[in-house]
Design a protein around this ligand. Structure first.
Ligand code: NAD
Length: 475
């Protein structure tokens, strides 16, 4: 039995590893430190990478069916400990029970679904004289680096395809939310051959060492665009493969033919799910002038029914911001909006008491160049923006260096589809939002990222393509 609530150690070469130094993990709802975790040295990272390299030949030589079975078993072990994982996730990340259910149950589902994927040899040509085939080969050691908003699910998005494709992995969770990932490493010690799945723990420097390390063949990263840029520069040293899932400033466009009351609920959740600490949260809500006032009123009404608080308490819908630096960043945006005289339809007042809480905050039609519009808040601050012309709203939606996802709400799906094709984002949802699946590729355009996660396209990113051509000789 593994106790998820005490003794947090890294997993290196299938064994527990502590470190000479450690740091604390805080519950963002109470601001109390409740766990101590190891702070890996660069020598320990070397050990983890060496172990992953030693494990690679045998792991990659296994028939894929066996690797798929192992990855499905990672799902089983998460499921067997789901209740504890959910509690631990709420303690370290802050999210409410419904969010923890979504993330932990989703992690189980993803492991099982990715475990059904494979990339068989693709035969391009097979004539009497000539054959051309494309094979997919694993890369070696993958370095996974994850953020603090969906710590376990985003780790699984990397671990599962990396292992199915035949790579071994060293994963580093965010120093703000390392606990679920450390415990997953511990649970997998008895499951996987040593060195296949290593978990190291530390701050941003550990991430930098990984991206510069010659023993790592690929970095799979989810986090901010700024960090993504430095990873790309650092990974150039040995031309590492990269998947970068970065920030977003997602627009949603509401056409005049919608029904305000019915839509308000969906729009609120599109914007505020996970307390808006969601790369694809609706962060700029463009509403047609004809329905702006009615819809704004309905959104404010519905938002007031959402209960924010300590995620471990029953009845809580949304938790706090996960950490102090992010909390200060979100308040700086709100303070700037107030100082510039913007009109608040809801929120904007600092609550009393402990915890990094930012109440749901809605701002009425700020100028396009206001920081609450141009910056990724990554917190529950939503600008409502009026538009009248479709051409104009497409231009405004595209006027961002981000290009992650967008949503269009309209009864005229054909028209919405035309608009979708002109938006510069990796995903566009029409009359639905946040549709993710292990079989749907996800990735950003522009500075929201490089490469894809999920689906066979995502799996292929953990491989090199190898072409073999054969001129058949007469017998
Ligand atoms: P972050 O970039 O600060 O940190 C992410 C991870 O990178 C952490 O583990 C951190 O320790 C590590 N890191 C920091 N500096 C590093 C460096 N120079 N080299 C290597 N590793 C380094 O991001 P965050 O604040 O944890 O997460 C929030 C950001 O993540 C937001 O911008 C959000 O939009 C983005 N995000 C994107 C997606 C997506 O799929 N596109 C999903 C979730 C979050």
């Amino acid at each position: 039995m593994v106790d998820l609530f005490s003794r947090y150690e890294m997993t290196i070469d299938g064994r527990p590893a502590t470190a000479a130094h450690s740091f604390e993990v805080f519950n963002p709802a109470t601001e109390e430190a409740f766990a101590q975790v190891p702070d890996a040295s660069s020598a320990q990272l070397d050990e983890a990478i060496a172990a992953a390299r030693r494990a690679f030949p045998a792991w990659s030589a296994l028939p894929i069916e066996q690797r798929q079975k192992y990855v499905a078993m990672i799902g089983d072990v998460i499921e067997a400990n789901a209740e504890d994982f959910k509690r631990l996730l709420t303690m370290e990340q802050g999210k409410a029970r419904s969010g923890a259910d979504w993330e932990i149950d989703g992690s189980v589902y993803w492991c099982r679904a990715i475990a059904e994927q494979s990339l068989p040899v693709h035969v391009l040509e097979d004539g009497p004289d000539h054959r051309v085939e494309v094979h997919r080969e694993p890369l070696g050691v993958v370095g996974g680096i994850t953020p603090w908003n969906f710590p376990l699910l985003l780790a699984v998005w990397k671990i599962a395809p990396a292992l199915v494709a035949g790579n071994t992995i060293v994963i580093k969770p965010s120093p703000f939310t390392p606990l679920c990932t450390l415990k997953l490493g511990e649970l997998c010690r008895a499951l996987l051959p040593p060195g296949v799945f290593n978990v190291v723990c530390g701050g941003d420097d550990l991430g930098k060492w990984m991206t510069a390390h010659p023993g790592i063949a690929k970095i799979a990263f989810t986090g901010s665009t700024e960090t993504g840029r430095s990873i790309m520069a650092s990974a150039a040293s040995n031309l590492k493969r990269l998947t970068l899932e970065l920030g977003g400033n997602d627009p949603a466009i509401v056409m005049p033919d919608i029904e305000p009351k019915a839509l308000a609920r969906e729009l609120c959740w599109a914007a505020f799910q996970n307390s808006a600490q969601f790369c694809v949260a609706t962060k700029r809500l463009y509403i047609h002038d004809d329905v702006y006032d009615a819809l704004a009123a309905e959104i404010v009404d519905y938002a007031q029914t959402i209960k924010m608080g300590d995620g471990s308490q029953q009845g809580t819908d949304l938790g706090p911001i996960q950490n102090r630096p992010q909390y200060e960043k979100v308040w700086a945006l709100i303070d700037e909006a107030r100082a510039s005289g913007l009109r608040f339809l809801l929120g904007g007042e600092r609550p009393e008491g402990p915890g990094y809480f930012v109440p749901l905050t809605i701002i009425d039609n700020p100028p396009d160049d206001a920081p609450v519009v141009t910056e990724e808040a990554f917190g529950p601050v939503l600008p409502l923006l009026r538009f009248t012309e479709v051409e104009d709203v497409i231009r405004r939606a595209n006027s961002s260096h981000y290009g992650l996802a967008a949503t269009i709400w309209s009864r005229d799906t054909e028209r919405a589809h035309e608009i979708a094709r002109r938006l510069e984002t990796g995903t566009v949802w029409i009359n639905e939002t946040h549709v993710f699946s292990p079989t749907i590729p996800f990735g950003g355009h522009k500075q929201s990222g490089i490469g894809l996660e999920n689906a066979l396209e995502g799996l292929a990113e953990y491989t090199n393509s190898k072409t073999i051509t054969v001129r058949k000789l007469p017998t």
